[in-house]
Design a protein around this ligand. Structure first.
Ligand SMILES: [Zn+2]
Ligand SMILES: [Zn+2]
Length: 66
């Protein structure tokens, strides 16, 4: 069984390719950026919403009454 990296590699075009709707070669500096002398930037799109704290139990609040 090959050990495939856990990193999800969905089609992740760089910002320039995304803007221009061209196919990104997804290299450190992709073909498009290299040929256009652009800065190749990849942005990780995380679709998860909300802060991590959302999973906390409800009883974390301390109520101190004198
Ligand atoms: Zn690209
Ligand atoms: Zn690029």
């Amino acid at each position: 069984m090959p050990n495939i990296s856990r990193q999800q590699r969905a089609t992740n075009a760089c910002t320039n390719c995304r803007k221009k709707h061209v196919k990104c070669s997804e290299e450190t500096i992709c073909t498009y950026c290299a040929s256009h002398n652009l800065k190749c930037i990849y942005v990780n799109l995380v679709k998860k919403r909300g802060p991590k704290a959302a999973n906390r139990p409800a009883n974390v609040f301390e109520i101190i009454i004198d």
